[in-house]
Design a protein around this ligand. Structure first.
Ligand SMILES: *Cc1c(COP(=O)(O)O)cnc(C)c1O
Length: 217
């Protein structure tokens, strides 16, 4: 199937209220352009250098999302243009994003990554750390970052009941925080293998790569 057909097949299964991030990591600009030509404007990448190269060369109305684990020393390279950072997983990273955003006179939207999977290889806050962070006065004073929601990845497993349970727990945390933080509007959960479940459990943003661009090496 072509990118066009893949994209259509995916968008046909996503309600209008859910935002699609087309995950283009490792994929060449020619394929991104194909998706762009079909109207897709949001792309997700997980390496700053690769994303920056694509940003420089591709149409300027693309919104680039950083979806992977982000090192603090890389923030400066994307601060000028990044549209949303999905995986903020430490207070120090948030502080660095704030600092670099200030240099460009920008307010960078961020999602806090929550650890919902059972594997300990996946990054993110636990519930207690998260509640501490959003209540922290030092962070509330940051003027150049805006925390707009949460992001999570479910366990890599065939057990879809478990995946559903993990998404449901993230959604309930999101709902709890949303009542206190008016900027909260985005719940990023769901990838090619589990996005339908994620949407059923309340996702507002799905990150889909291989179902659109084919599998990665
Ligand atoms: C690679 C990646 C995706 C997309 O995965 P697919 O299974 O190809 O849809 C989504 N989210 C994150 C954080 C990723 O790193």
């Amino acid at each position: 199937m072509s990118i066009k057909e893949n994209l259509l097949a995916v968008t046909n299964t996503i309600p209008n209220s859910v935002t699609l991030v087309a995950v283009s990591k490792t994929k060449p600009m020619s394929l991104i352009q194909e998706a762009y030509d079909e109207g897709q404007r949001i792309f997700g990448e997980n390496r700053v250098q690769e994303m920056t190269e694509k940003w420089q060369k591709m149409p300027k109305d693309i919104k680039w999302h950083m979806i992977g684990h982000l090192q603090r020393n890389k923030v400066k390279y994307m601060a000028e243009y990044i549209s949303l950072v999905h995986g903020v997983d430490s207070p120090r990273l948030l502080a660095e994003i704030n600092k670099q955003a200030e240099k460009h006179n920008r307010v960078i939207s961020c999602l806090l990554q929550v650890h919902i999977a059972e594997e300990d290889t996946k990054f993110g806050f636990n519930e207690e750390e998260l509640l501490d962070l959003v209540a922290n006065e030092e962070f509330k004073a940051f003027k150049n970052v805006k925390i707009v929601g949460l992001m999570g990845m479910a366990t890599f497993t065939e057990n879809m009941n478990q995946v559903r349970r993990e998404f449901a727990s993230l959604k309930s945390l999101f709902t709890k925080l949303k009542s206190n933080y008016t900027d909260f509007n985005t719940l990023s959960m769901g990838m090619s293998g589990d996005y339908k479940i994620a949407i059923e459990e309340g996702s507002t943003m799905v990150r889909i790569g291989s179902s659109i661009f084919g599998s990665r090496n």
